[in-house]
Design a protein around this ligand. Structure first.
Ligand SMILES: [Zn+2]
Ligand SMILES: [Zn+2]
Length: 814
């Protein structure tokens, strides 16, 4: 049979048409096969997929196809995080309705998904802006309200004047809006809805242990820091005169006799009470600055209020100050300053001439003298000048001090967290309405479950100014109170879109359910997600909120799993000219042009080949060309040899088969461990080189196995080409539903050389190394070998002589 020319356009078009309506990727219900749930993070429908997306989806797609070939029942769904600001901004800028803009973008992106043959079960598709979906957001909200996990409070909020909306703390980056990086965030005071994530702070932290090994270490570290648990002591310092307590939190109660002043956060309720009228403006400026910048970056400033408070342990009177580096959110919003044993306090007290009183000495040293102290002594040690606690070690002192506080009623052992409750109110239109009504007589009345969903009205004018656009829609706002029937007003805030994405992956398991968010039995089968794939930028927000939702759902009796995700993979970015692709930088490599020229298979192969998937990838057109030529070679090789298969068997070809089995082994291991698809693909390329070199001598029986396995190996990476060649080999049916090729470990191992290890010329052991392994590897393995080691005990290695693939001789003396 003559070889054919690789016409990617014709091949990809042909299969796209054949696959169009076939339910190829449908997950099966009631399957007895083991399940595998692979998921890429839900995209925001911005309109275009760039190569960064393609990389993310190709990794998931290759894995899904591999798992099918391994016999798993695979769930691989896709949906749309369809609510959110950009749709609303497009509406403001271009007069489009957010819904129209969103749906058009989804349609556009879906075309690209089809073009790249991503293997999604489109029957499970969901879009968070549809009432069938967001009614369950509202339902969860009502459940949380019932359990006291959703509540309302007046709070100072971050306000982006550009977005004209409230931002979550996490959306404030260096004091500016996360979208408008040069717009300073301002402060406003509003009644806001919160979800009580702090009720789960301990468990969220504790369960990080269950994720170890399956999640990247740095993501877990970021989550630990975000939750920010610290153990310490709460103690009340009483104001002289009024006797009002100032509660402080410290992790170092052992240093409390070294406290030389008390410092209040500018936002502390007592601050406005205590400061002199002439200092009020300073306080206001401090608050502004704290919200604009990270407190750690501020030059430390403060002033004395003129008041004193009493240290409950030492009975000393301490001046009360206000300081810009003390935050209301942390601990109790007030600190005792112990300059001798805290860096920050040291800096502050030296600046203002406040005394520095050392009370902890090193275990094997003397107590420092104030005048000679150049910096704080931070370590634990032995207490001095600390009344009844003098002479104790720090840890023991902390325990006894807690006990004393408790016994005398001025404090206790306490734990604080950095994590705050999650503010979910948004004064925006394009989001899920919060299902409550405000009634003059009943206050906040929840919308009855039977009346869900509270539908977002579509007839609306969006100006981008002021509070929620919904307030201008009387048909939406004016309702009768569900409790008393009197005229009332709906809540006009909508939910943070992170609510939508906190539970969407459960809905994929049962996307059409109209009676419940999902059927618990289906969740029991599919959860936890076996592999979740997405960007590391979601390490805290999305991934903590999802964990929180899962725990709430478990406590509602809806699911039995404690955690939603077994394994998390964070892929690197696709860079162009050293920077992440973005529209504003103008360095986006579109998919359209690339696919026209080289085909989707080439694009897929390139994003997998160019770098290990966890690393950033620098886009180079040159590499694309090379991938395209490689696929052409595979195509021509298979087509010109396909006809020779099945002829009388000849001599078994061990060299080619050995290389084949080694390659199968390598690719299999890559899928099962680190996903270094770049090395998998390199191995397949090497295999091709060897096969072409041996081509004239290949026997018919060897060819049969070689061609088949080569095509199967390529199936997860380049589905169009693999399917076409599968047909060329005379087979039918989807190639990725064939069994994954096996390998003979014996045959695969033949490439290992058995190397003799001698010690002073006598044979003492053998090691196996790949043929051609470098000298260093031989040496290392020889020296690590257990048998050999026993002959090296107590001796000194003088030199090591290495003959590649053959021998290592270790010369020792002593
Ligand atoms: Zn903004
Ligand atoms: Zn009422």
């Amino acid at each position: 049979m003559p070889e054919k020319t690789y016409d990617h356009n014709q091949i990809e078009l042909k299969w796209r048409q054949r696959w169009q309506d076939a339910p190829l990727y449908k997950a099966q219900e009631n399957s007895s096969r083991p399940k595998y749930y692979v998921l890429e993070m839900l995209p925001y429908p911005s309109g275009t997929l760039h190569m960064g997306h393609v990389r993310n989806y190709t990794i998931g797609d290759a894995l899904a196809r591999y798992k099918w070939m391994r016999g798993f029942n695979v769930l691989h769904p896709m949906g749309w995080d369809a609510f959110g600001l950009p749709a609303e901004n497009a509406a403001i800028a271009r007069g489009l309705h957010p819904r129209d803009w969103t749906l058009a973008n989804i349609a556009e992106m879906k075309k690209t998904h089809h073009r790249f043959a991503f293997s999604y079960d489109w029957d499970a598709e969901l879009s968070t802006c549809e009432p069938e979906y967001y009614r369950w957001n509202q339902w969860f909200f009502l459940k949380m309200l019932e359990r006291g996990l959703a509540y309302r409070k007046k709070s100072r909020v971050n306000w982006c004047p550009e977005c004209a909306t409230v931002l979550a703390n996490e959306q404030v980056v260096n004091g500016c809006c996360w979208r408008h990086v040069r717009t300073a965030v301002e402060q406003a005071e509003l009644e806001q809805w919160f979800l009580k994530i702090t009720a789960y702070a301990d468990e969220l932290l504790e369960d990080i242990r269950k994720l170890e090994g399956g999640w990247p270490e740095r993501v877990l570290l970021m989550q630990r820091n975000w939750i920010g648990r610290s153990e310490g002591t709460e103690a009340d310092f009483c104001l002289e005169g009024s006797g009002k307590p100032i509660r402080i939190f410290t992790t170092r109660a052992d240093t409390i006799y070294g406290a030389t002043c008390v410092i209040l956060a500018p936002e502390h309720p007592l601050t406005s009470e205590l400061v002199r009228p002439e200092d009020r403006e300073r306080v206001r400026q401090m608050i502004e600055a704290q919200h604009r910048k990270d407190a750690a970056d501020l030059e430390k400033e403060g002033f004395f209020t003129g008041h004193y408070a009493v240290n409950p342990y030492s009975r000393q009177r301490l001046p009360v100050w206000v300081g810009n580096f003390v935050l209301l959110e942390y601990g109790a919003g007030a600190i005792m300053a112990v300059p001798a044993h805290d860096d920050r306090d040291f800096e502050f007290c030296r600046k203002y001439g406040i005394p520095v009183t050392p009370v902890i000495r090193p275990v094997d040293g003397a107590l420092a003298v104030e005048a000679s102290m150049k910096e704080a002594f931070l370590e634990d040690g032995i207490l001095e000048n600390s009344g009844e606690f003098s002479g104790l070690a720090s840890a023991e002192a902390r325990r006894r001090m807690n006990a004393k506080a408790e016994a005398e009623g001025f404090g206790r052992a306490a734990i604080t967290y950095r994590i705050r409750d999650w503010g979910i109110s948004r004064q925006r239109y394009w989001g899920a309405p919060i299902p409550v009504v405000h009634c003059a007589s009943c206050g906040v009345a929840p919308v009855p479950e039977s009346e869900l969903p509270v539908i977002l009205p579509l007839d609306i004018r969006i100006t981008g100014k002021g509070r929620s656009p919904l307030e201008n829609v009387p048909e939406f706002m004016n309702v009768n109170c569900p409790r008393c029937g009197q005229a009332a007003r709906r809540e006009s805030d909508t939910m943070d879109t992170f609510v939508d994405s906190s539970w969407y992956f459960y809905r994929y398991c049962d996307p059409k359910n109209t009676r419940a968010p999902f059927d618990s039995g289906k969740i029991a089968y599919w959860f936890p997600i076996d592999q979740y794939i997405g960007g590391v930028e979601h390490a805290i927000l999305h991934l903590i909120y999802s964990r929180f939702f899962t725990k709430v759902m478990r406590d509602l009796g809806l699911v039995t799993n404690d955690e939603p995700v077994e394994k998390l993979f964070t892929q690197g970015m696709v860079l162009k000219d050293g920077a992440a692709m973005s529209k504003s930088r103008g360095n986006v490599v579109g998919t359209e042009e690339m696919v026209e020229r080289y085909g989707a298979d080439t694009g897929r192969l390139f994003v997998l080949f160019a770098a290990p998937p966890e690393r950033d990838l620098d886009w180079q057109d040159l590499g694309v060309e090379g991938m395209y030529r490689f696929l052409g070679r595979v195509y021509r090789f298979v087509t010109r040899n396909a006809g020779k298969v099945g002829q009388a068997p000849g001599r078994p070809d061990s060299k080619a088969l050995r290389k084949l089995h080694q390659t199968v082994k390598k690719v299999t291991e890559d899928f099962e461990s680190r996903w270094h698809f770049n090395t998998s693909i390199a191995a397949i390329m090497e295999l091709m080189n060897e096969l072409q070199a041996l081509e004239p001598q290949l026997s018919a029986s060897a060819l049969a196995e070689i061609l088949e396995k080569l095509v199967l190996l390529l199936a997860p990476f380049v589905p169009y080409l693999a399917q076409e060649l599968w047909e060329e080999l005379g087979h039918s049916g989807p190639v990725f539903r064939q069994a994954w090729p096996g390998y003979d470990p014996e045959l695969a191992r033949e490439a290992e050389a058995e190397v003799v290890v001698q010690v002073n010329g006598k044979v003492r052991g053998h090691i196996l190394v790949p043929f051609g392994a470098p000298r260093e590897e031989l040496e290392r393995k020889a020296l690590e070998n257990d048998k050999v080691q026993s002959f090296l005990q107590g001796k000194q290695v003088i030199k090591v002589i290495t003959v590649p693939d053959r021998l290592v001789n270790i010369v020792v003396k002593g």
